[in-house]
Design a protein around this ligand. Sequence first.
Ligand code: GNR
Ligand code: NI
Length: 171
Amino acid sequence: MAIRTILHYPDTRLRNKGLPVEAVSPAIHQLIDDMAETMYAAPGVGLAATQIGEALSIFLIDIAGEDQPSDLRVFINPEIVKREGNQSWEEGCLSFPGVSEDIKRAERVTVRALDRDGKPFELEADGLLAVAIQHEYDHLMGVLMIDHVGPLKKRMMARTVQKTIGSERRA
Ligand code: GNR
Ligand code: NI
């Protein structure tokens, strides 16, 4: 396993789409293990393959709290097949260090995907899990948090990332 480098906005590779996984091979399992290690080290509640420069349709989510056992969910070739209602959630993104912003999403989603064993499943989610699924699904479409806000907040977010990365480098 290895911790991989998480790409930061405005890296153009974040705009690549995740291409369908043809077979859940040992190489895919290796990638999933690297993604999990990278996500937990960050730490983050989710990670999409495109965030580490792998243009494949895979994301992981673990919304378990610090005092709860880990609950890793693997989504391969996900499709959001139903969206209902509206909610706003203060989101962060590992590709936008230092940024948190209210983003409007559907309140409830139904997602179909393959699990780590390549087995199809369907999941209905609300709350943070629904938000995270929509956030990660966006990544696989090359869509980022910044695309959901107006021009003023766009500039603020871009500047916050630059400043945060800059101060991390100096530290
Ligand atoms: O760690 C993360 N936290 C988070 C909080 C609210 C809504 C979405 C997220 S996802 C983010 C990790 C990330 O960037 N995934 O792509
Ligand atoms: Ni993100």
